[in-house]
Design a protein. Structure first.
Lengths: 114, 113
C-alpha cells in the first residue's frame, strides 16, 4: 500500500458519459498529480494541484477537469467520453510542489469506454 | 517539448544475466528518477539522481546520471525473475506547462527462470 488511494479501481462506461475519478494523497503530501497511461503514449501528465490550487497543466483535454479540495483529496472529471479515453489513470502525490524527492503513485483507475 | 527516449523497448533475458537499459534526451534535467511498474499497479520510485556523473547503487541495481544531465542508465547484475516489470525513467523539469516530471515510455523487462 503506497498510501495514495484511488477509487474506483475499474470503471466501464459508454461513450458520451461523464465519470469522476477520486484520489486521496499520502498523508502529509500537498501536491497531487494526474497522469494518463496508454500502451502507445506511456505516462502523460494531465494536471497538478498544490494545496488546493492548480500548479501546472499538461495536455489535458477541455473535456477533462480536476480540482483539489480543502482536505487535499482530488477528483478528475472526464466528460463526453470517447473510445480513445480508455486508459489507466494514475494519481500521484508528493510533499513539495516540485516533487524533488519523487512521486508516490496510487494503483490507478482502469477506465474502459465502450 | 522535452522527450525522454528509453531503450530497448523490450528485453527478455534468462535469470542470472546482466543487463543495461538507457534513458536519453536532448534536454538537460535538474534530476532524474527511475521507477518500476508491475502490471495492475502504479510506478514505484527506485532512485533519484541529481548530480551529473552521479552513480547510485541499490543492491543489484546501479544507476548512473550522465555528466551533462541529459541521459541515464540502469544496470542490473544477475537478474532475477522478481526484477520483471516496466522500468520508467522520468526527468525533473522545473516549471512550464509540462508539469514537473516527464516520463519515458519505459523498458519492459522479462526475466525467465
Amino acid at each position: 500500500d503506497s498510501g495514495v488511494t484511488q477509487t474506483p479501481k475499474h470503471l466501464i462506461t459508454a461513450t458520451g458519459q461523464r465519470v469522476t475519478l477520486r484520489c486521496s494523497p499520502r498523508s502529509g503530501d500537498l501536491s497531487v498529480y494526474w497522469y494518463q497511461q496508454s500502451l502507445d503514449q506511456g505516462l502523460q501528465f494531465l494536471i497538478q494541484y498544490y494545496n488546493g490550487e492548480e500548479r501546472a497543466k499538461g495536455n489535458i483535454l477541455e473535456r477533462f477537469s480536476a480540482q483539489q479540495f480543502p482536505d487535499l483529496h482530488s477528483e478528475l472529471n472526464l466528460s463526453s467520453l470517447e473510445l480513445g479515453d480508455s486508459a489507466l489513470y494514475f494519481c500521484a502525490s508528493s510533499v513539495s510542489s516540485g516533487g524533488t524527492y519523487g512521486y508516490t503513485f496510487g494503483s490507478g483507475t482502469r477506465l474502459t469506454v465502450v | 517539448t522535452q522527450l525522454l527516449e528509453q531503450s530497448p523497448q523490450f528485453l527478455s533475458i534468462q535469470e542470472g544475466e546482466n543487463l543495461t537499459v538507457y534513458c536519453n534526451s536532448s534536454s538537460v534535467f535538474s534530476s532524474l528518477q527511475w521507477y518500476r511498474q508491475e502490471p495492475g499497479e502504479g510506478p514505484v520510485l527506485l532512485v533519484t539522481v541529481v548530480t551529473g556523473g552521479e552513480v547510485k547503487k541499490l543492491k543489484r541495481l546501479t544507476f548512473q546520471f550522465g555528466d551533462a544531465r541529459k541521459d541515464s542508465s540502469l544496470h542490473i547484475t544477475a537478474a532475477q525473475p522478481g526484477d520483471t516489470g516496466l522500468y520508467l525513467c522520468a526527468g525533473m523539469n522545473y516549471g512550464g506547462s509540462q508539469g514537473n516530471l516527464i516520463f519515458g515510455k519505459g523498458t519492459k523487462l522479462s526475466v525467465k527462470p
